[in-house]
Structure formats: C-alpha cells, structure tokens
Design a protein around this ligand. Structure first.
Ligand code: ADP
Length: 158
C-alpha cells in the first residue's frame, strides 16, 4: 500500500490545497493530511477549526484521513507507517523553501522521502496569508477557497 502524508498549516485551507488533495487521492492508496500545530506559531484558525474545515472539504474522498499533529512531520510519518511526505509547489520561490525543508527532513530521517506535486495553473497565485488579508478587508474570496472556508472566514472577519 502506497501511503503518503500531506502536511501543512492550512491556515486557512485553499482551493490550491484541495486540488493537491484531490490529485493525490487518485495517485496514492492512502493520504493522511497532517495539520501542523507548532506552539511557537500563531494561527488564525485553531487546529480544531482547520480539522473540521478540511474534513468537510474531502468528505467525498474515501482514502483521505485528516489529523492534527504537534511535533515533527517525520515523526508522524514514522508513527503512521508512511514513507513519503507530499508537498505542493507553486513558483520557484516555493521550491527554494521546500527543497531546504526536504533536506532537513531527510537529515532527520533518511527513510522518509519528500515528493512534490506542481500546482495547477489556476491556483498558482493562491496563498493562505494573502487570502486571510483579503478576507479581513472583506474582499471577494469565493473563487479561492471552498465554501466551508469562505463561510468561516466571513464569520471570523466580521
Ligand atoms: P506551510 O506548511 O509551509 O505552512 P501551507 O499550509 O501554506 O504551508 O501549505 C501546505 C503545502 O501546500 C505546502 O507544500 C505548500 O507549498 C502547498 N501549497 C500551498 N498553496 C498551494 C497552491 N495554491 N497550490 C499548490 N500547493 C500549494
């Protein structure tokens, strides 16, 4: 069984993330979406809120499971029996960061590999932080995030 984990902050999850999740669900037997909980980082949505939103986004995809994890991603991979970390990449600037992160994870656990899926061009410019700012200024985010996320953003930004 080819199992991968797709880790991220997902604060908030976007249509770009959802596209990676959907494409991964066609490629791999099982996908675990691992919502990062880093105690040093401030999040707009709590881990529970992000979990609930992503669960609703992927509820039609039976081979996807969603969890929260307060720790190193490689440790979650090891614990869950996944050998592969999946990451999405947009521009070359993403690649720099993602490449370094993959080196770091490899140094921590050489049994775990990272693979990248390039974004679909429709989602090339979608970035959680920019969407959050747009929502705070009541901009139209309907084409950028799934309906469950749009509703949560509008509610929280009132
Ligand atoms: P991070 O884990 O660095 O906080 P995010 O939660 O924003 O990052 O994203 C999780 C993963 O999804 C990362 O691999 C990121 O590059 C990828 N990603 C983010 N936005 C998109 C997008 N629009 N299209 C494809 N992949 C994306």
């Amino acid at each position: 069984m080819f199992k991968v984990i797709y880790p991220g902050s997902f604060d908030p999850p976007t249509n770009g993330h959802l596209d990676i999740m959907r494409r991964a669900s066609l490629l791999f037997d099982r996908i675990e979406i691992v919502i990062a909980v880093n105690p040093r980082k401030k999040y707009f949505f709590s881990a529970e809120e992000r979990l609930a939103m992503i669960k609703e986004m992927v509820n039609d995809l039976s081979n996807i499971n969603v969890v929260t994890w307060k720790g190193l991603v490689v440790d979650y991979a090891e614990k869950s029996g996944a050998r592969v970390i999946l990451r999405g990449v947009r521009a070359l600037s993403d690649f720099d960061y993602e490449f370094e992160l993959s080196m770091m994870n490899r140094a921590l656990n050489s049994k775990i590999e990272t693979i990248f899926l390039p974004t679909d061009q429709k989602y090339f410019v979608l970035r959680s932080s920019a969407i959050l700012e747009l929502a705070m200024f009541h901009g139209d985010i309907s084409g950028m995030v799934p309906p469950v996320v749009e509703k949560a953003l509008i509610r929280k930004c009132k």
